[in-house]
Design a protein around this ligand. Structure first.
Ligand code: EPU
Length: 338
């Protein structure tokens, strides 16, 4: 049965754990119920769908309705060539799916282990870690248009997957559709992705998907705050992409050090935002109840659970200004502000 609550604190609906009031929160347990909620003109507008709220910052109260799926279903289809097609409800917790697949010896999602959030959000955001992005394995997405209730399937070629990007993040499509189902193509053939830093050293030879999962989780645990105890939204900023000339200027500033970077095009170099934030001297910076995580300064945390949206916003702007002054690079938040 769908369930609605009015004038609700959203603190527990985001991993940041920051308080703000939503005029209404509506849960649904079936697609029929979702359709009824969409058609219900008495619900405060606008409508905003959340997964686990792992990439969200409420900077103010929300005048509309937050929609939350309680549907968690997963069908697994095996083909004789080892291909596995997994059809998962958008409300499924992504890490539960990663665990389930790794436990069954199915390859593809193991490097995404430990990322908070739902399957639907993983498609919107094209979540990525340790050399793998969700979009590498998504073959299609079913969605409902919020305004019309029309069902539509977006095939992979329509999804515009890029670095933390999909068609659902474009201005024209943002919040226009609610994802209901995501289809992944995975495999039973061993395909460990070991390119990231010290993964190979951690897992050794012939790892299983579960070995990969354990290694990824141990690396994450060593760098990132524990979501169970410290609120955050993971990486707060995207890693910026700059020109070669710009990168050479930065290299010239550090003649005795190797500046971490990835060449991603003829004239495009991605530089880790964590390194820029660190070298700009922002480590240890705090604002009210918000601060930078010591071992990964790309993450803004709700230090003792009492940060406000405006603490985070002020800290965000201080970091952007400091990095811009030092490196002439404008950092862009990856976290969605509501
Ligand atoms: N670094 C510093 N100082 C520090 C910490 C890190 O200079 O205090 C440098 C490191 O030396 C390293 C670089 O920053 O060269 C990059 O750090 P890391 O390997 O942790 O990766 P990242 O680029 O900061 C990205 C994703 C993460 C993902 C990791 C692993 C983005 C915005 N973030 O972080 O994703 O887990 O790679 O693949 O692309 C997320 O999106 O929420 C997230 C956690």
């Amino acid at each position: 049965m769908s369930e609605t609550q009015y004038n609700t604190d959203v603190r527990n609906f985001t991993t940041f754990g920051i308080s703000a009031k939503a005029a209404c929160v509506a849960y649904y347990d079936s697609i029929d119920e979702l359709e009824r909620l969409l058609a219900d003109q008495t619900l405060p507008r606008p409508l905003k769908h959340l997964g686990q709220g792992s990439n969200i910052l409420f900077t103010d109260d929300y005048p509309g309705t937050i929609l939350i799926s309680r549907i968690s279903r997963c069908d697994i289809g095996h083909a004789s060539d080892g291909t596995v097609t997994v059809t998962a409800s958008a409300g499924t917790v992504m890490d539960s799916l990663c665990l389930d697949m790794a436990t069954r010896g199915i390859w593809g999602l193991e490097n995404l282990s430990g990322i908070p959030g739902t399957v639907g959000a993983s498609a919107v955001q094209n979540v990525g870690a340790y050399g793998v992005e969700a979009g590498d394995h998504i073959i299609s997405v079913d969605a409902i248009e919020t305004a019309t209730g029309e069902h539509r399937t977006f095939t992979r070629d329509m999804m515009q997957f890029g670095y933390r990007h999909s068609i659902f993040k474009t201005d024209a499509m943002r919040d226009r559709y609610i994802i209901t189902t995501v289809r992944f193509r995975l495999t039973t053939h061993p395909t460990p992705r070991l390119s990231y830093a010290n993964l190979q050293t951690v897992v050794g030879d012939n790892p299983s998907p579960l070995d990969m999962r354990r290694a990824v989780i141990s690396i994450r645990d060593s760098k990132l705050p524990d979501p169970a105890t410290t609120g955050s939204a993971g990486s707060f900023f995207k890693n910026p992409v700059i020109t070669r000339e710009h990168f050479q200027k930065i290299e010239a500033m550090y003649p005795d050090a190797k500046v971490p970077h990835f060449i991603i095009g003829d004239d495009a170099v991605k530089v880790p935002a964590a390194w820029l934030i660190d070298k700009a001297g922002c480590k240890g910076m705090s604002q009210g109840g918000a601060s930078l995580w010591p071992t990964q300064p790309l993450v803004i945390v709700n230090t003792h659970g009492n940060a406000t949206g405006s603490d985070v916003l002020t800290l965000e702007h201080r970091i952007i200004d400091t990095v811009s002054t030092r490196f002439a690079i404008t950092l862009h938040p990856e976290v969605e502000h509501i």
